[in-house]
Design a protein around this ligand. Structure first.
Ligand SMILES: NC(=O)c1ccc[n+]([C@@H]2O[C@H](COP(=O)([O-])OP(=O)(O)OC[C@H]3O[C@@H](n4cnc5c(N)ncnc54)[C@H](O)[C@@H]3O)[C@@H](O)[C@H]2O)c1
Ligand SMILES: N[C@@H](CCO)C(=O)O
Length: 359
């Protein structure tokens, strides 16, 4: 039998769904794999809840009642004092600041599973240093949900690359958030701002939806896949069509954006009115291996084309390789949403567990 001890950072849409899925699935997982999943500490940006007993369905109330302000060093001291082993830190935050803690976590015995895409899309130096630290301490880092939420995109690209298959191009609808938004917007008469609010309320967008609309989220995903196949790039080198006007982006606050997001309506209304009856708007990412070009843009597609006929928050990735020729591998399905994402995180947790010690 193996016990794994999880410290969960981020108790928002994805983090909460992960806790609930662990509660739902852990006896099934224990019966099939003899892996006992313990949630040792759960943490948001303000408070930490140290879970002495087994977590149960009242976790949300316990978190609110018994959580208190913390420092990372206190969490590390706690797991040491309790002699917890097989440690895995889950990063379900969207924080650029939090990823700077990864090295300290690794040095203190943690493996890492991240839904947060930041660690893999900061500088090439940060990316490589992190991997050196993992190697030095013999720790694992999995992040399948960084691209396509629960869809197996990263693993597929890694496996093809590892096997020596030459990947020539990856093209697709990389954003489940923007897929939902442009599906809804292209097919009815609601304003862009109304559709954006709906996607946010369904937990389909980034906590700050400007990360989606500015193209940064898809830019990050392209960069993450490029790095998997040894293309050395920085986010600043990705050619991105930014859908947010400058005065609502950059240094302006999220509340300023929320109050003024109707200003987006006019531009998108114009783009919608230019569509023919058989056309829809689609947000595309493209990674050309030979050209080394990474590009994010909003395009017009025929409604009955593969990308044009996607539904809901579907993402779709076409992976072109030398041997697959002009018939790419296609990975398609829900590309955003807390439940598909947290299931992907849970699957990464179990993959890491396979290599941990039985205790
Ligand atoms: N929702 C999806 O469909 C989806 C898909 C793939 C990946 N992701 C990624 O999952 C992550 C979480 O998304 P979400 O929708 O759950 O966001 P959310 O805003 O609902 O939750 C984020 C949580 O992180 C906490 N947090 C912020 N800074 C922190 C810090 N420094 N330390 C500890 N906790 C901190 C917040 O308090 C909050 O509890 C994001 O990085 C997102 O890109 C989400
Ligand atoms: N913005 C993400 C979902 C939240 O991370 C996506 O569209 O894939």
């Amino acid at each position: 039998m193996k016990t794994i001890n999880i410290v969960l950072f981020g108790v928002g849409n994805v983090g909460s769904s992960l806790i609930n899925q662990i509660l739902e699935s852990r006896s099934k997982i224990f019966n099939s794999s003899q892996i006992d999943i313990k949630l040792a500490v759960i943490v948001n940006s303000k408070i930490a809840f140290y879970n002495k007993d087994d977590i149960n369905n009242s976790w949300e109330a316990d978190f609110k009642s018994y959580g208190y302000p913390y420092k990372l060093s206190q969490i590390i001291n706690h797991v040491k004092k309790e002699k917890l082993t097989n440690l895995i830190a889950v990063d379900a935050t969207a924080s650029e600041k939090f990823v700077k803690n990864y090295k300290e976590l690794i040095r203190n015995g943690f493996n890492i599973v991240a839904a947060n895409k930041t660690a893999n899309s900061l500088s090439d130096k940060f990316y490589k240093d992190l991997r050196l630290e993992l190697k030095k301490h013999d720790k694992q880092f999995l992040y399948e949900t960084n691209v396509g939420a629960g869809l197996p995109v990263i693993k597929t690209v890694q496996d093809l690359h590892l096997a020596g298959e030459e990947i020539t191009k990856i093209r697709g609808i990389f954003s489940g958030s923007l897929s939902y938004i442009f599906n809804s917007f292209s097919s009815n008469n609601r304003t862009f701002s109304e559709v954006l609010d709906e996607a946010r309320n369904k937990g389909l967008t980034e906590p700050d939806p400007r990360i989606d609309l500015s193209g940064k989220d898809v830019g990050r995903k392209l960069l993450i896949l490029a790095r998997e196949i040894n293309i050395i790039k920085e986010l600043t080198e990705v050619k991105i069509e930014n859908l947010v006007p400058n005065h609502l982006n950059g240094k302006s606050s999220i509340s300023h954006f929320n109050e003024n997001q109707q200003e987006l309506n006019l531009n998108f209304e114009e783009r919608r009115s230019n569509l023919k009856a058989d056309e829809v708007l689609r947000h595309i990412g493209e990674l050309g291996v030979a050209s080394g070009q990474l590009e994010v843009k909003l395009v017009t597609e025929k409604r009955n084309s593969p990308f044009g006929s996607l539904q809901e928050a579907d993402a779709s990735f076409e992976i072109y390789t030398k041997n697959y020729g002009n018939r790419p591998i296609v990975i398609q399905g829900a590309g955003a949403g807390a439940r598909v994402t947290s299931r992907g995180v849970l699957s990464d947790l179990l993959k890491i567990s396979e290599k941990l010690e039985c205790i």
